[in-house]
Design a protein around this ligand. Structure first.
Ligand code: G3H
Ligand code: 13P
Ligand code: ZN
Length: 331
């Protein structure tokens, strides 16, 4: 058993309290490898932002759970070396079983998500409660989920949203004891969040997706005032990155994300954590494709992973500063 405090990590409780009061959100960026971790930490230090390093079960399989844990510990030391000890949370993304959550807690995670949203309401309550009871023994914070996002959630995929039902949130939070709640108000996972036929065109001919259901968010806020809300599936799918990928041999079709103004608005509400993975994938892929296309004789991985890391860092800085509003909240 390794406790996260011994690794220099923090749980999300205080961060969410401050984010709620300061009307900003904490970024949760997924990571699977060293370059992503370096970009997240460097951006957070430069922006003076707290950050959540997020690990999916797919990432655990890909990178090895022990290595990821030491990388998170390394992230704490790396931030110090870069000049500012920004608070860092190591969070399990979309945990689907008690055993997975327990294993992460025992391995030094400071926060876990138990995603029971695909179960019946009663099963979701029971599973989430069980995880909370274990996690709280070690002061690990827990995120639950009510409502189902469209798109792919790890190995589970759903064709349609089931919006969170505001009338359930109070009961869910009080029965389970969760520390934060992920809700479904129109975001979805991946780079194809909407079909073009669901969108309208603005004066410049740009596709505009249907707005998030802020009415549902407001209703939830009324029922559980001051309770930290989480938005998954919050990538904006930057069209300049999509264009670079497609220019250099990619085949991304109908890639549409959540407009950043809507996330900015959400960050000022009870939304305290915003999850971004796909935008980072797009930034890395665009940078790597560009190097491959323009320098076809290059074969040193540092020559393409380096630019990918630089591009990621710029993207994260933009998110922290202009979208989530968490810049300059540390130190
Ligand atoms: O919500 C899913 C995250 O984007 C993680 O994706 O399961 O492919 O690592 P992954
Ligand atoms: P995106 O696919 O929109 O980046 O969402 C990531 C996410 O919700 C991770 O849990
Ligand atoms: Zn998610």
């Amino acid at each position: 058993m390794v406790h996260y405090k011994d690794l220099g990590l923090v749980n999300s409780r205080e961060l969410f309290k401050k984010a709620m009061a300061g009307k900003y959100a904490i970024a949760a960026f997924n990571f699977n490898n060293m370059e992503q971790m370096q970009a997240i930490v460097a951006a957070s230090v430069e922006c003076k932002s707290p950050v959540i390093l997020q690990v999916s079960s797919g990432a655990r399989k890909y990178a090895n759970q022990t290595l990821l844990r030491y990388m998170a510990q390394g992230a704490v030391e790396y931030a110090k070396e870069l000049g500012l000890s920004v608070p860092i949370v190591l969070h399990l993304d979309h945990g689907d079983t008690f055993e997975l959550c327990k294993s992460c807690i025992d391995m030094g995670f400071s926060s876990v998500m138990i995603d029971g949203s695909h179960h019946s309401y009663e099963e979701n309550v029971a599973l989430t409660k069980k995880v909370v009871e274990y996690a709280h023994r070690f002061d690990v914070t827990v995120e639950g989920e009510l409502g189902v996002l469209a798109g792919v959630e790890d190995e589970v995929s759903a064709e349609h949203h089931t919006y969170t039902r505001p009338e359930e949130v109070e009961d869910f939070v009080s029965k389970t004891g969760v520390d934060s709640l992920a809700i479904s108000i129109g975001t979805s996972h991946g780079a194809n969040k909407f079909k073009p036929e669901q969108c309208t065109r603005n004066a410049e001919g740009v596709l505009v997706p249907p707005p998030l259901r802020f009415d549902i968010l407001e209703e939830i806020e009324k029922r559980i005032p001051g309770f930290p809300i989480v938005l998954h599936g919050a990538s904006s799918v930057p069209q300049d990155k999509v264009a670079i990928i497609n220019k250099y041999g990619g085949a991304l079709k109908d890639a549409i994300g959540i407009p950043e103004e809507q996330l900015r608005k959400a960050a000022k509400s009870a939304v305290c954590k915003i999850n971004i993975d796909s935008d980072g994938r797009l930034a890395m892929t665009a940078a790597i494709r560009e190097v491959f296309a323009l320098q076809p004789a290059e074969f040193d991985p540092r020559k393409y992973l380096g630019p990918a890391r630089d591009s990621l860092k710029e993207l994260y800085k933009h998110k922290l500063t202009d979208v989530l509003g968490s810049a300059n909240t540390v130190g």
